[in-house]
Design a protein around this ligand. Structure first.
Ligand SMILES: *[C@@H]1O[C@H](CO)[C@@H](O)[C@H](O)[C@H]1NC(C)=O
Ligand SMILES: *[C@@H]1O[C@H](CO)[C@@H](O)[C@H](O)[C@H]1NC(C)=O
Ligand SMILES: *[C@@H]1O[C@H](CO)[C@@H](O)[C@H](O)[C@H]1NC(C)=O
Ligand SMILES: *[C@@H]1O[C@H](CO)[C@@H](O)[C@H](O)[C@H]1NC(C)=O
Ligand SMILES: *[C@@H]1O[C@H](CO)[C@@H](O)[C@H](O)[C@H]1NC(C)=O
Ligand SMILES: *[C@@H]1O[C@H](CO)[C@@H](O)[C@H](O)[C@H]1NC(C)=O
Length: 448
């Protein structure tokens, strides 16, 4: 099951590396941890949430698997004020991607799955060619999601990509994530002098996997944190079905075991007590390995922890203590003021997703419907579509649904559940990419 992903990684990443042997000077840019553009200004509290602090064009070329998406006409990085998990002012960064002939009254906020615990894995950086020569920071997940962005840009929408884990790589810390997404939308609406975006632009939100988690938090928080925003539609797929923080231990020894240290360390960036508990519990010989998510992105971390026994890295008897701190921090992060979701939702999920239990997602959809939220739910039943593959295959229908929302068509008030029997990439979507990339996507999806 996992082998085909490697195939894509090997085909696409090695070509990228080759090209970097002939790297041009302008392809270099500093990682965010060393780049003053990302630094939090001393007077950050003087800005209001969503107020723009600074902007620039990305220092290096935007690139997905060596290719610059053809529908990126202009790109800007914008820094703005947001709020961390302790209600302190902090900095958010977003990348605004502007297509040729943009419709400046349509914004799609695309939350990219990052699943890492350092600012150096922020999509604003990993979408640039300069990051892709580093074995530690290269991100084929970002590259894949840039292809998603390209599909949205081809609709002439402006795509904004927030670095939703905030300045410390706070993976799984809900509060800073939700604030960063919502203040990013505010900043985009204030960015007319930079981007041309209209203040009254229609707004959509979209995310898959870790990006869906960020999207779901933002939309749950929106009515209380940013009630002035009018969201036209929200698409999310590959949602996580974790009910408790400690449920994540269920993927121990599996192909995605690297998500355990990344999630724990990401949450610990906002919770010093959890950080202390982890530090005390680790056996000395596993410290460097466990802490590697602090300087490597998901792609490298996946390989390092592939089928590893992460729980076995803790001292005997220390797991209950660490678990208690983990559960406490997670509860705190998810204890925020909520208001009823007004925007219509599009939820898409493969029934054979190794990161998610379909029964729990079904139940979540039922809950939304009981609360009166409009949900269009697509359950993919093709037997070849695991988590990653449906993320790619599901793009076309998600974009079509979003198109109606951004065109101002009202969604059905009723909840609908449909079976998505699509099993491969839509040819219209494939046609957006160069042949080497669409061929690799087809190979990935069609492989057993
Ligand atoms: C990205 O690379 C990692 C490590 O090689 C691999 O496990 C993963 O499947 C790849 N993902 C994609 C979408 O190519
Ligand atoms: C795929 O083709 C595009 C356009 O021809 C090129 O820019 C890119 O570098 C190629 N990517 C890979 C991974 O070969
Ligand atoms: C954040 O807020 C908390 C509680 O209000 C305060 O104790 C702490 O010093 C603040 N941290 C920073 C870095 O400003
Ligand atoms: C861990 O501790 C328990 C009891 O505290 C003991 O029974 C067990 O053998 C220990 N395991 C290891 C691997 O040391
Ligand atoms: C998926 O559902 C469709 C529609 O209900 C059905 O025709 C098809 O046989 C199903 N495919 C599988 C693999 O179960
Ligand atoms: C919100 O947006 C919807 C659809 O775009 C529109 O019909 C509605 O009038 C807007 N509501 C407000 C309060 O702006």
């Amino acid at each position: 099951m996992i082998f085909p992903y490697y195939l894509l990684a090997v085909t696409l990443v090695s070509a990228t590396e080759l090209r970097h042997n002939h790297r041009h000077r302008s392809e270099s840019s500093l990682p965010p941890s060393q780049d003053p553009f990302y630094a939090i200004p001393a007077n950050i509290a003087a800005f209001s949430p969503g107020e723009i602090i600074n902007y620039r064009e990305p220092p290096s070329r935007i690139s997905a698997f060596g290719w610059t998406p053809t529908h990126i006409h202009k790109a800007y990085q914008i820094s703005y004020r947001t709020t961390d998990s302790h209600q302190n002012a902090t900095t958010g960064i977003l990348t605004a991607l502007i297509p040729p002939n943009a419709e400046y009254d349509k914004i799609l906020s695309l939350q990219m799955a990052e699943d890492s615990a350092t600012i150096d894995c922020s999509p604003s950086y990993t979408m640039q060619a300069s990051s892709q020569s580093s074995p530690m920071l290269a991100s084929n997940t970002t590259a894949l999601q840039l292809l998603f962005a390209e599909a949205a840009l081809a609709q002439k929408w402006i795509v904004i990509v927030p670095d939703h884990e905030g300045p410390r790589g706070s993976f799984t810390a809900s509060k800073v994530t939700g604030h960063t997404v919502l203040d990013g939308i505010r900043a985009a609406k204030h960015s007319n002098h930079i981007t041309g975006i209209q203040r009254n632009a229609r707004i959509g939100l979209w995310g898959y996997s870790g990006g869906a988690a960020a999207t779901q938090i933002a939309i749950t928080m929106q009515g209380a944190y940013a009630p002035e925003l009018n969201i036209s539609g929200v698409a999310m797929g590959g949602l996580s079905s974790l009910a408790e923080a400690s449920d994540i231990f269920g993927i121990n020894k599996g192909p995605s075991a690297g998500l355990i240290p990344s999630a724990m360390l990401g949450l610990a960036t906002q919770h010093p007590e959890l950080q202390r508990a982890i530090d005390e519990a680790l056996q000395p010989q596993f410290r460097d390995l466990f802490y590697s998510p602090l300087h490597q992105c998901l792609q490298a971390i996946t390989v390092l922890f592939f089928h590893r026994d992460v729980l076995g890295m803790f001292r005997n008897g220390s797991i209950p203590g660490v678990t208690a701190e983990l559960v406490k921090a997670w509860k705190d992060e998810n204890n925020f003021p909520q208001a009823k979701i007004k925007a219509p939702l599009y939820i898409y999920q493969s029934i054979i997703d190794h990161l998610s239990d379909i029964n729990r997602i079904d139940a979540e959809v039922r809950d939304y419907c009981h609360q009166g939220v409009s949900v269009h739910y697509e359950r993919a039943n093709a037997t070849n579509l695991n988590h990653v593959k449906y993320g790619i295959v599901g793009v076309y229908k998600a974009i079509s649904w979003m198109q109606d929302r951004l065109d101002g068509k009202g969604a059905s008030r009723e909840c609908v559940t449909l079976t998505d029997a699509t099993s491969t990439l839509d040819p219209h979507l494939a046609a957006l990419f160069p042949k080497n990339i669409s061929d690799a996507l087809f190979a990935l999806i069609n492989a057993l």
